[in-house]
Design a protein around this ligand. Structure first.
Ligand SMILES: [Zn+2]
Length: 385
C-alpha cells in the first residue's frame, strides 16, 4: 500500500494495486479511515458492517485514462436515536456517493465543456486521456448552478439560432456582469416584452436596429433607454462601406457590361426563377459586380505580366492564383464570366407553373403540393418544395 505524488488521494485512501490495461490504468484504492460519519446524524462510527467495490473514472495520469477501483465500506450507526442503521462511508471532496466519476474529473470535464462545446469538448477530452461523450459534457455543464441573475439594469437583447436558418431564439445578457441572463424560445416581440416586464429595474435596453426588439422594449420596459449595440452599428457600417466600395468599382467599370443572360433561358417556356423567387437584394448584385471588378483587374495583370515574358508559374505565384487558371485566362485572352448561380436550372422549374396555379387556387400546404407534384413525376424532396 502506498501513497504517490502522481495521483493525490484524500487522507486515509491508499493505492493497493496499479494495473496497466488496454484502456489505461486500473488503480485499486482502499479506504483505511478507522471511522466514518453518519450522513443523517453526523455521529462518527467505527463499526464496519461490510465493504464493496465501485469503479469511478478519475483524471488522467501521464495521458493515460485512469479508472479507480474503490473499496469502500458500510458502517453501523450506533446512535440509538438515528433512523439510519447502516450507512456507506463518505469520501467528501473526492467522490460523491453513487457517482461514476471523481469530483475532480467532473470539474475537468466542466472546464473543457465551458471553454469548447459538447462535441469539441468530447474530442479534446479524449486527447487528454479522459473519456466522455458530448452528452456527458453537456450534462455536467447543465449540472452547474445557475448564477443568480440578480437585478438587471442594462440588458442586451439579440437573436440566436437553435438551428441556423430554421429556428431562432432570443438571448438576454446582463451588460454589467456580461453574463447570459435568460434564453427565450423564439424571437417575437411579445415574448421579449413579457420578459422585460419582469425585472422592474431595467433602465437600458441595448438591441439591434430591427423593429421587433424595439417594439419589445417599448412594450415591456417603457422606462428604459433604448440604444443600438456596438456589434450592430459596426455590422451596419461594414455593410454600408462594402456597398460604397462596390458602387465605386462598378462605376469605374461602367463600360464593361456583364454578359446578357443566355438565350436558351429566355426560350424556356417555364416560369423564370425570378418569378417564383424574390429578386436578389441590390447589395448582392453590387457585391457581385465588385467581385467581377476584382477579377477584371487581375486578368489585366495576368496579360501585362505575360507581355513582360514572365513565366506562367511565376505569374500564378505572384498573383496567388492557380497555374491552370492563369493558363486558361491567357488562352482565352480574358477571364470567364462567373455563372449566375441563381439562374441554375432545378428539377422544380418544370413544376413551377403548376405550383403557382395551385397556390393561386388556395393550396398552401407544402406536403399536399409535394404529393401532387410527386404524382406527376417530381423527384425532389418535400423539404425543397
Ligand atoms: Zn446516524
Amino acid at each position: 500500500m502506498e501513497r504517490t505524488p502522481f495521483l493525490p488521494l484524500p487522507e486515509g485512501m491508499l493505492i493497493d494495486e496499479v494495473q496497466i490495461t488496454e484502456n489505461g490504468l486500473l488503480i485499486t484504492v482502499i479506504a483505511t479511515h478507522p471511522t466514518s460519519r453518519c450522513p443523517l446524524c453526523s455521529e462518527f462510527s467505527s463499526s464496519i458492517h461490510s465493504s464493496y467495490r465501485r469503479r469511478v473514472r478519475d483524471v488522467s495520469c501521464g495521458g493515460r485514462q485512469v479508472q479507480l477501483c474503490l473499496t469502500v465500506r458500510t458502517f453501523f450507526c450506533r446512535n440509538a436515536l438515528c433512523q439510519r442503521k447502516i450507512f456507506t462511508e463518505r469520501i467528501p471532496q473526492f467522490v460523491e456517493p453513487w457517482a461514476r466519476m471523481t469530483i475532480r474529473y467532473c470539474q475537468a470535464l466542466q472546464s473543457i465543456g465551458l471553454s469548447t462545446c459538447g462535441k469539441g469538448g468530447a474530442k479534446l477530452a479524449a486527447r487528454l486521456g479522459m473519456q466522455a461523450s458530448r452528452h456527458t459534457i453537456l450534462h455536467r455543464i447543465m449540472a452547474l448552478p445557475d448564477g443568480s441573475a440578480g437585478s438587471v439594469v442594462s440588458v442586451g437583447v439579440d437573436d440566436f439560432s437553435f438551428r441556423r436558418g430554421y429556428r431562432f431564439g432570443t438571448i438576454l445578457v446582463n451588460l454589467e456582469s456580461h453574463r447570459v441572463v435568460d434564453l427565450l424560445p423564439d424571437r417575437r416581440a411579445e415574448t421579449a416584452a413579457q420578459w422585460m416586464r419582469k425585472p422592474p429595474d431595467v433602465m437600458v435596453v441595448s438591441r439591434d436596429r430591427g423593429g421587433e426588439y424595439a417594439s419589445a422594449a417599448t412594450q415591456g420596459a417603457p422606462q428604459a433607454i433604448q440604444c443600438a449595440d456596438r456589434f450592430h452599428i459596426v455590422k451596419n457600417l461594414t455593410e454600408a462601406a462594402q456597398l460604397l466600395v462596390a458602387r465605386c468599382q462598378a462605376e469605374n467599370l461602367a463600360p464593361l457590361k456583364p454578359e446578357e443572360p443566355q438565350q436558351d433561358e429566355q426560350r424556356n417556356p417555364v416560369i423564370s426563377i425570378e418569378e417564383w423567387r424574390p429578386p436578389e437584394p441590390a447589395y448582392v448584385e453590387k457585391a457581385r459586380l465588385a467581385r467581377r471588378a476584382g477579377r477584371h483587374a487581375r486578368s489585366q495583370q495576368v496579360v501585362e505580366l505575360c507581355e513582360q515574358h514572365m513565366p506562367t508559374q511565376e505569374i500564378a505565384r505572384q498573383l496567388g492564383m492557380g497555374e491552370r487558371t492563369v493558363r486558361a485566362w491567357l488562352k482565352r485572352g480574358t477571364f470567364p464570366e462567373a455563372k449566375k448561380r441563381r439562374k441554375r436550372q432545378s428539377s422544380f422549374d418544370a413544376f413551377a407553373p403548376f405550383v403557382l396555379k395551385r397556390w393561386q387556387n388556395g393550396e398552401r400546404t407544402g406536403l399536399a403540393l409535394w404529393r401532387e407534384m410527386k404524382a406527376q413525376g417530381y423527384t425532389g424532396t418535400e423539404r425543397s418544395v
